[in-house]
Design a protein around this ligand. Structure first.
Ligand code: SF4
Ligand code: SF4
Ligand code: SF4
Length: 366
């Protein structure tokens, strides 16, 4: 289904993280801040549920959401109450928590997406704890607990270490009983900070989009045989004609730890360089969220009809201009395109065997 159909309120619970990943896109361990104001979060959830087609709450973070687990549980109870039990819950997590938390998540969250870089040895190279402890075995242990009661999928970042091992990623996921894996090519930090570890290794980690796309197509073929859905944010509109690339165009709210409302996962705090996505701010004195109508109108105007570089593209209704966050980050505006991404997107459209008339993708990217 067109990715814009995945609509929800996302709560970024904290800036804190228990890991120290080399490429951390949010720069969580360099950010001051802390935990979200729970009164703001409740207000943002209520504002969204009052207007939404259906109540859907997604727990995320600038760091790791389970680091603010008490607030997560309180907001879970609040959302249940104010939706009369109809709410659906999703969690995007690094998967590093204790067994008690794993059991609570298994019992109370409908859909869990774990950041896992596809293969244990690749994951442990780049995603360790602050004390340098590896994390793959902890995550795979928690995965078993989650799978007893709920859905869990992988979100993998693709670097030079795994770009040519995408078939192995699908194979490993299959062995673990995982039914869906979404990947993304590594990006520079969206919250740039001077001493970020990424900059020291950027050249050795980065991969070209066509290099990624070539191996993706091979892995896709295997994924069809193994019945593992192998997707990404570049193909996620291929199964339905649409004019909007993402929920960010509606927009759907992402409540940041410092009290702002963002349209996009890539804009994670009020002072983000990606200001075009910040469309609301909490007024703690009045206890209300003030929404910026001009910013909302600009976001709503981001359809494929309003993207000059897409006008002659042969697949424009199956891409809809692509990810706004990536355009904003790499090209400087959500209305611009990134040509190397376009080349890869078109290649994937031509070379994967999904017939858009034959059915919708079984999973939404988180
Ligand atoms: S788990 Fe996520 S937020 Fe934490 S350091 Fe790694 S990439 Fe950053
Ligand atoms: S990063 Fe891209 S896919 Fe994710 S919310 Fe932003 S625009 Fe949508
Ligand atoms: S030009 Fe690029 S961004 Fe625009 S629709 Fe085509 S592939 Fe997508």
């Amino acid at each position: 289904m067109g990715h814009f159909r995945k609509q929800m309120v996302s709560v970024l619970l904290t800036t804190r993280c228990n890991m120290d990943c080399v490429y951390c896109i949010t720069s969580s361990n360099f950010m001051n801040g802390g935990d979200i104001n729970i009164t703001f979060a409740k207000q943002g959830i209520k504002d969204y549920f009052d207007k939404a087609w259906y109540p859907y709450l997604r727990f995320v973070a600038l760091g790791e959401p389970t680091q603010n687990f008490e607030t997560l549980q309180k907001l879970h109870a609040y959302a249940r109450k104010c939706s009369s039990g109809r709410v659906k819950f999703e969690l995007q997590t690094n998967g590093v928590f204790n067994k008690k938390i794993a059991q609570w998540i298994a019992n109370n969250i409908d859909e869990v997406w774990i950041s896992f870089d596809g293969l244990p040895e690749v994951h442990d190279e780049l995603k360790r704890m602050e004390n340098n402890k590896p994390t793959a075995s902890i995550i795979l242990g928690n995965l078993k607990i989650l799978q007893e009661k709920t859905f869990a999928g992988f979100r993998a970042t693709i670097t030079s270490l795994n770009v040519r091992r995408q078939k192995e990623i699908v194979q490993f996921a299959h062995q673990q009983g995982i039914k869906a894996v979404f990947t993304k090519v590594v990006l520079p930090p969206s919250n740039p900070t001077l001493h970020h570890t990424f900059y020291k290794v950027a050249q050795s980690l980065q991969v070209g989009m066509m290099e990624y796309a070539n191996d993706f197509v091979n892995a896709w073929k295997l994924s069809r045989e193994l019945d593992v859905f192998y997707g990404n944010g570049y193909i996620n509109n291929f199964d339905e004609m649409c004019e909007y690339a993402c929920r960010a165009c509606l927009p759907c709210p992402h409540l940041t730890p410092d009290g702002y409302v963002s349209a996009c996962d890539r804009a994670t705090h009020g002072k983000t360089p990606l200001q075009e996505f910040i469309y609301g701010k909490y007024n703690s004195v009045k206890g209300v969220i003030v929404y910026d109508k001009e910013k909302i109108a600009a976001l709503q105007s981001r359809s494929v009809y309003n993207m000059p570089d897409c006008s002659d593209c042969s697949i424009k209704y199956y891409c809809a201009g692509g990810c706004l966050g990536t355009s904003s980050q790499l090209a400087g505006s959500m209305f611009k395109i990134t040509p190397d991404y376009c080349e890869a997107i078109k290649y994937m459209f031509e070379n994967i065997d999904w017939d858009p008339r034959g059915g919708l993708f079984p999973y939404f990217m988180t």
